[in-house]
Design a protein around this ligand. Structure first.
Ligand code: NDP
Length: 445
């Protein structure tokens, strides 16, 4: 048995060499739950931790496809089926050149705890490919998605593993993959979430991660008797999560001053209002352009190659990608008066940045709690598919609010340290207990 967190991590690192992001995600969880484990030695005797960090199954496969010039291209596909103790594997597919086994194992590991926090019966998984949809034609994206699903289809199913979208996988890609699954399997089932509304999708699913993150931040602000009204908000990214986080902040009376993409950030001190946001949605979802065009159209500043954290703000909602806030960024945020960081993205703050938030006792909502709204509504999409019904926008939104509020309460229950709520600790312990107890009940499997 391991005597310290460091001793445990040494084994993890030796067993999974080169998987830095995975080590980072495991370390964050193990550090938070360590004392709880020592107080509950039955978990240690049954090696729950060793079992939890080992995926139940990892599938890696070749994805060959032809580009518009008729040339053969080859990508690598993955599905990490991490943990099914509380339900079928559930988690997104990411298409991005940076995708590796380490990235998908970190995301799959986080997903186990996130899904547990939603209170819905969903296990943890993640998948994707190093394919880059950027700059590809519609035909090329479809060819790739069909080839990807030609292999993936045999490993997933509505009661086995139900993937969703993530970076580079939106409604278009889900559509092409669903079509191919149906064609091969001759089944119309809820095998993917994030589907189109007229073929089994749920209202509010596209909005869910961004809205949910803002609902979570709202709950955090309420603990200080505060709200979004009149707050200046810095958001990174300009994809699905960033767009709907912006929409909800604007609706609640906040002023969004930044957005970004992988080329740079825009700073609009006047605020990105609903009309400007509509333009951004069209730019990103239809024309597939770059954020740089924003300043050409509306003014403000474009910060080439830079992240938005230099902007003065009260609230920061990082919603692009992992490790996009480092120690220096976190120090700048705090120095400029930021009182709340809620993560729309997965693991956007690196460990040193998290230390700065905790040292300064600002409100910090880690991704596995703050961005759980997306998978929660995916869970609601699965429920609607299985009862062959669809709920109204208001019904789904209400359920989303209730789930985000219950996640907040679970974090508070396990993370309260005097007047301060340590949401990292709270989320990790609350998520862990449900999974670990289910694993104990099911024996050594
Ligand atoms: P999208 O693909 O819709 O958007 C991603 C955004 O992040 C784009 O603006 C993209 O810029 C930017 N981005 C991607 N990679 C980088 C990078 N390496 N550096 C800087 N910017 C980058 O993805 P989502 O909005 O769906 O996902 C964003 C984050 O939210 C991810 O961490 C994802 O895991 C997380 N998440 C998403 C959920 C969902 O329901 N979609 C659920 C829970 C978490 P560009 O346009 O240049 O590519």
């Amino acid at each position: 048995m391991y005597k310290t967190v460091d001793a445990f991590m040494e084994t993890v690192i030796n067993k999974n060499p080169g998987q830095d992001e995975f080590h980072q995600a495991v370390h964050e969880v193990v550090e938070s739950i360590w004392d709880h484990l020592q107080d509950n030695p039955h978990y240690l005797h049954t090696k729950i931790l060793d079992r939890l960090i080992e995926p139940e199954r990892v599938i890696m496969f070749r994805v060959p496809w032809r580009d518009d010039q008729g040339m053969v291209q080859v990508n690598r596909g993955y599905r990490v089926e991490f943990n099914s103790a509380i339900g079928p594997y559930k988690g997104g597919l990411r298409f991005h050149p940076s995708v590796s086994l380490s990235i998908l194992k970190f995301l799959g590991f986080e997903q186990i705890f996130k899904n547990s926090l939603t209170t819905l019966p969903m296990g943890g998984g993640k998948g994707g490919s190093d394919f880059d949809p950027k700059g590809k034609s519609e035909n090329e994206v479809m060819s790739f998605c069909q080839s990807f699903m030609t292999e993936l289809n045999r490993h997933i199913g509505p009661v086995t593993d139900v993937p969703a979208g993530d970076i580079g996988v939106g409604g278009r890609e889900i559509g092409y993959m669903f079509g191919q699954y149906k064609r091969i399997r001759n089944e119309f089932t809820g095998v993917l979430t994030g589907k189109g509304l007229n073929w089994g999708g749920s209202l509010i699913r596209p909005e869910a991660t961004g809205y949910g993150c803002v609902y979570f931040a709202q709950k955090m602000l309420q603990t200080k008797g505060d709200s979004f009204k009149g707050k200046t908000v810095a958001i990174s990214g300009s994809g699905n999560v960033a767009q709907y986080a912006s929409e909800k902040v604007i609706e609640l009376g906040g002023k969004v001053v930044t957005l970004s993409d992988s080329s740079g950030s825009i700073y609009d001190p006047e605020g990105i209002d609903s009309n400007k946001l509509q333009w951004v949605m069209d730019l990103k979802n239809v024309r597939r352009g770059r954020m740089k065009e924003y300043t050409e159209k509306f003014g403000g500043e474009y910060w080439e190659g830079k992240r938005p954290w230099g902007a003065k703000c009260d609230v920061a909602l990082p919603s692009a990608t992992q490790n996009e806030i480092n120690k220096q960024d976190a120090e700048t945020l705090v120095k400029n008066g930021c009182i709340c960081v809620a993560e729309g993205a997965n693991m956007p703050s690196d460990p040193e940045a998290i230390e700065i938030y905790l040292e300064n006792k600002i409100l910090f909502g880690p991704g596995k709690a703050a961005n759980a709204g997306g998978v929660a509504v995916s869970g609601l999409e699965m429920s609607q598919n299985s009862i062959l019904m669809s709920w109204s926008r208001e019904e789904v939104d209400e359920k989303l609010k209730t789930i985000m509020s219950s996640i907040h309460d679970a974090c508070e229950k396990y993370g309260k340290e005097g007047d301060f709520i340590n949401y990292v600790k709270g989320a990790n312990i609350a998520g862990f207990i449900k999974i670990a107890d289910a694993m104990m009940d099911q024996g050594v499997v």
